[in-house]
Design a protein around this ligand. Structure first.
Ligand code: GDP
Ligand code: IMO
Ligand code: MG
Length: 420
């Protein structure tokens, strides 16, 4: 049986904290897509830690963690992350497994990401520059190197072949940066990666399921960044939605049980692309300040705005969400008035559907307004203690999206979560 935790917005919903909270109930935590573009923040022994590729179950002694075939893995960031995790006294090799089908990000993928963004200029995606797009292009283009290849004696030949191919593309982009230092650290990191348990991921997970073990699949990014259903082309290059669990781990759809969708009580986005409820004013600034909305991977300020129920309902639909977790509700504690977007007005026509093209200039959100709760919710522990105005806000969202909010997260700490 597999449960899923994934983001319902444009990423950074607080998935890391939520996975870390639920991990003790599971035997296995698995990442099924994305790569070092992700930044999942958790607090371990009161210390802030950001995971990029390692599943957020790693800090729990009895939890097995696996990086699935749907992930694109950068050995360099992986090694750095392992050093951080080890500094907490965790034996990373013991509980961390990597699928042999996991695709490898090589230095020229990062160079190509940078070159492509530079060429796009104003129209750039605002990618994390971690090489995600080029790495997935090599996967679908059937050129990629995979973790299993690291164990093969022909690895270096395969690497050189791919690197030469990339060089031609980089020459076309007139990319002239010297990346030899990147290559040096890459080969060091490859050596390190070789010392890990590289396994047949699909048998590994299915055997666990057959033994009755509980698996938690941890999503990266968010549904509105999905390659198929997000705000294309301002998306990432993988399927971030629940369907990605099957292809990213090799499990059957029949095994998927609960789908927990994580949403902030408001909305953020980092990078380019449409964001209908964005607040480019003092209120947006206030959300950024109180919510400490700066990218966990790139440090970029996140764009902030009101919760968008049109997009949220859409995300619940394509994911088959069974439970919603609302994070960062405490960030709204001091606001006088809150707005929730209930429809888009596009060229004079109102719609409750996400259109084919979500172009910011054309979309005018319809808002329903709510009174703020003026209560410090960070110290609350029970649903009964939640302020009435917050309960009304949540009830409205429940009804609109047709999926129940089952947990409210009221602070970044592990224990700051209230079941409803
Ligand atoms: P992820 O990518 O979905 O794991 O989210 P990030 O880690 O990128 O960003 C979420 C940020 O919000 C992190 O700094 C978390 O520590 C923080 N956070 C998570 N849940 C809460 C919450 O309920 N309240 C507050 N104030 N912060 C939270
Ligand atoms: P987590 O898992 C927020 C965004 C980038 C950019 C677009 C494409 O922490 O929620 P990419 O590097 O994937 O080619 O960038 O997607 N993006 C994220 N935004 N959270 C993330 O991950 C993201 N991963 C990618 O900012 O707009
Ligand atoms: Mg993040």
């Amino acid at each position: 049986m597999v449960d899923v935790i994934l983001g319902l917005q444009w990423g950074d919903e607080g998935k890391g904290k939520i996975v870390d909270f639920f991990a003790p109930k599971y035997d296995v935590v698995a990442r099924f897509q994305g790569g070092p573009n992700a930044g999942h923040t958790l607090y371990v022994e009161g210390k802030k830690t950001v995971l990029h590729q390692i599943p957020s179950g790693i800090f729990h002694q009895h939890t097995i963690n696996i990086i699935g075939n749907g992930v694109v893995l950068d050995p360099v960031t992986f090694k750095r992350e392992c050093d951080v995790v080890s500094s907490f006294g965790i034996d990373v090799r013991k509980n961390l497994f990597i699928s042999e089908r996991t695709n490898i990000i090589i230095p020229t993928h990062r160079a190509l990401d940078k070159a492509s963004e530079m060429q796009k200029g104003e129209g750039k995606i605002g990618s994390t520059l971690k090489g995600i797009g080029p790495a997935y292009m090599d996967k679908t283009g059937r050129n990629a190197l995979r973790a299993g290849d690291l164990l093969n004696k022909h690895f270096i030949t395969q690497y050189i072949k791919l690197r030469l191919k990339h060089q031609k593309l980089l020459d076309n982009f007139h990319f002239i940066e010297d990346i030899s230092a990147w290559e040096e650290e890459f080969f060091e990191a490859v050596e390190f990666l070789r010392s890990f348990n590289i396994v047949n991921g699909e048998y590994f997970i299915n055997n666990k399921i057959a033994e009755g073990k509980k698996v938690l699949a941890e999503g990266a990014q968010g549904s509105m960044l999905d390659i198929d259903f997000g705000t294309f082309p301002f998306v990432t290059s993988s399927n971030t939605i629940s369907a990605g669990v099957c292809t990213g781990l090799g499990v059957s759809p029949k095994q998927i049980n609960e789908v927990l969708g994580v949403t902030k009580a408001y909305c953020t986005r980092v990078g380019g692309g449409p964001f209908p409820t964005e607040l480019e004013n003092e209120t947006g600034e206030e959300l950024r300040k109180i919510g400490n909305e700066f990218g966990a991977t790139t440090g970029r300020p996140r764009r902030c705005g009101w919760i968008d129920l049109v997009a949220l309902k859409y995300a619940c639909m394509i994911n088959g969400v069974t439970q919603v977790v609302m994070t960062k509700a405490d960030v709204l504690d001091k606001f006088e008035e809150l707005n929730v977007c209930t429809a888009y007005n596009i060229n004079g026509t109102e719609t409750k559907q996400v259109p084919f093209q979500l172009n910011n200039a054309m979309v005018n959100p319809t808002y329903q307004s709510f009174k703020g709760w003026h209560t410090d919710t960070t110290i609350l522990q029970q649903a009964a203690a939640l302020p009435q105005n917050m309960t009304e806000y949540i009830n409205f969202i429940n009804k609109y999206i047709g999926a129940p909010v089952k947990y409210v997260s009221n602070g970044p700490g592990r224990e700051q979560i209230i079941p409803l």
